[in-house]
Ligand binder design. Structure first.
Ligand code: NCD
Length: 317
């Protein structure tokens, strides 16, 4: 693997390999000394053109635990034309000898441009681009599901037969897109449920089913309910009447949560809008994996950086 730009192009074998390496990395996290020497002498740049706390510190922790040098570059707010500024930045990073670039950008496709432009030789990891993909988030979600479902017997396995319901703002969510490709590749069945205004039209070509009634979808008793954040910052029109109406129709509120079997996993990529898409009772319940997702994110990102940056770069695709 030279870059990690999305989950769409990942095979089941590649995904399982990455999750298995993440299991090894998780075992390291349980030791007193959490650090491996694997990326000593390599430089990883976190290039963030959008606000982020948890994803940036997660990548930072992952790179540091592999002994890489980490440079945080927060490029938000630059008003230069996007293509131009990305090229200039890339050439600067190349001159500084960056081996890996973790990029978050508001424009879908920016990581692909960086990886294929020839501006830079570094391995590129997409940390979220516009409404396109956020592959390490989907991988940490899959890792979290696999661990809850199979525990110590997770290694080598996919998510065969698991039924996952993804709820809410699919339209603006790169997390939903990356999960919609990855989870079916691992054998899961994915249903998207959202108001018609928040479902993209191109889902017909995704390996998922779609529906428009949350209570009906919950009544089908999915194994996992993944609630998406309402991405107000990407909404420039009226996608639903108001917050109270959204919470009533689309929120995982106390009544809906109480009606779920106590084996149903409740997931959210964070940051949560408590009281809007998810109520505190669901978010803080033992069924919630929200904190596990954050912890597992470091292991999964260590695995991704390890696969991209250890050994010789540029050999196989
Ligand atoms: C996600 C993102 O940025 O796409 N969050 C994250 O990675 N911490 C999901 C979201 O912002 O809703």
């Amino acid at each position: 693997m030279n870059h990690l730009l999305g989950t769409r192009e990942l095979s089941r074998e590649q995904a399982v390999e990455l999750l298995d390496i993440a299991e090894d990395m998780a075992a390291v996290q349980e030791r007193e000394v959490k650090k491996l020497p694997t990326l000593r002498g390599k430089t990883v740049v976190n290039l963030f053109f959008e606000d982020s706390t948890r994803t940036r510190i997660s990548f930072e922790a992952a790179a540091k635990r592999l002994s890489a040098d980490v440079i945080n570059f927060s490029a938000k707010g630059s008003s230069v034309s996007k293509g131009e500024s990305l090229k200039d930045t890339a050439q600067t990073l190349q001159a500084m000898g960056a081996d890996g670039v973790v990029i978050r950008h508001p424009a879908s496709g920016a990581p692909l441009t960086l990886a294929t432009s020839g501006w830079i030789d570094a391995g590129v990891v997409n940390a979220g681009d516009g409404t396109h993909e956020h592959p390490t988030q989907a991988l940490l979600d899959a890792f979290t599901m696999r661990r809850r479902l199979h525990g110590a017997a997770s290694r080598g396995r996919g998510l065969d037969g698991a039924r996952v319901l993804i709820v809410g703002d699919v339209l603006h969510s790169r997390v939903a897109r990356s999960n919609a490709w990855l989870l079916p590749a691992l054998g899961a069945e994915v249903e998207l449920v959202a108001p018609p205004t928040l479902l993209p039209v191109d889902t017909r070509r995704w390996p998922v089913t779609t529906s428009y009634d949350l209570d009906e979808a919950l009544g089908r008793r999915p194994d996992v309910v993944m609630v998406l954040r309402i991405q107000a910052e990407r909404m420039h029109g009226a996608f639903f009447p108001n917050s109270r109406e959204y919470a009533r129709t689309w929120g995982l509120d106390d009544a809906r949560f109480d009606a779920l079997p106590d084996t149903t996993m409740v997931m959210h990529p964070g940051p949560m809008n408590r009281g809007l898409e998810i109520a505190a009772r669901a978010a803080d319940s033992p069924q919630s994996t929200v904190r596990e997702q954050v912890a597992n994110g470091v292991s999964v990102r260590m695995a991704a950086l390890y696969l991209l940056l250890s050994g010789e770069r540029g050999a196989a695709a």
